[in-house]
Design a protein around this ligand. Structure first.
Ligand code: ZN
Length: 266
């Protein structure tokens, strides 16, 4: 399969799916997300693949959804069109990562913002480099109710998630580690090697046992309401898209008001 916006590599027992639009901070357009979903399916169906790494080529993991594409193609969406679009690209594709029967590891450097934050956090484990930072600024910058998948309180705790979302501030890799959101923080130059070492360690574990263990751990979250809470938030998020506050921002051109890494260094 030929991909344009992602890179798909199989390295021994590990499949690595990388955002591959470094020139735009690995912004997640619809084609990129579709390709990521197709690559995930390839990796699941390949018996030789035991562990899946989701990464980003270049300086950043991902700056989030492709707001330029959003403004050009989706700005005039009806409520119905946006609901269908976001349900497929963000909710269903996101849950396919969560539900993937093989272990997944997010390998994160640089910016991991909004949509990128969702993708990374739907993975089982997160390995971050020292320079990685996480952010979901859309409440502040877009007048939107967080991103589509409100995974935040589940991965960092309720109070931290509230501050993170209310302020839109950046969370550094070390702080994310202290919050329990990140498994390991490693030197920038060692990110790929350390992630692959962890992936290979897990790849040596019997795959059916891993699959059952993951299933049970995820189900423990489901029993606490994870899936229903995210489904409920998705609907609330759709309401935010038709608010006067959101319209006021988008009518000004929301690409300019976003906090893309190339526009706000740090
Ligand atoms: Zn949305």
């Amino acid at each position: 399969m030929e991909f344009q916006d992602i890179a798909y590599e199989v390295i021994g027992p590990v499949a690595r799916i990388s955002h591959n639009r470094p020139e735009v901070g690995n912004a997640e357009g619809s084609r990129l997300l579709t390709e990521m979903d197709q690559a995930l399916k390839l990796a699941v169906e390949d018996d030789a693949v035991r562990v899946i790494v989701i990464a980003g080529k270049g300086k950043h993991f991902s700056s989030g959804h492709d707001l330029k594409e959003g403004q050009e193609k989706f700005a005039d969406f009806t409520v119905e069109q946006r609901f269908e679009h976001e349900q497929l690209y963000f909710f269903e594709y996101g849950f396919r990562i969560w539900d993937c029967p093989k272990p997944t590891i997010a390998q994160v450097q640089g910016a991991c913002i909004a949509g990128g934050f969702m993708v990374a956090n739907m993975c089982d484990l997160v390995v971050a480099s020292e320079n990685a930072f996480f952010s979901d600024p859309v409440c502040r910058t877009l007048s939107c109710a967080a991103v589509e998948l409100l995974v935040h309180p589940w991965v960092m705790g309720l109070r931290r998630a509230k501050e993170f979302l209310y302020t839109g501030r950046r969370l550094g890799a070390r702080e994310a580690y202290e919050f329990g959101m990140v498994n390991h923080v490693v030197p920038d130059a060692e990110l790929e090697q350390r992630t692959m070492a962890l992936a290979n360690e897990i790849a040596a574990v019997p795959p059916f046992a891993l699959k059952l263990t993951k299933r049970s751990l995820n189900r423990a979250f489901d029993i606490q309401g994870f899936r229903n809470a995210l489904a409920s938030h998705f609907d609330i998020h759709q309401l935010a898209h038709v608010s006067e506050e959101f319209k006021a921002v988008t009518s000004r051109g929301y690409v300019n008001s976003s906090s893309r890494p190339q526009q706000k260094a740090g």
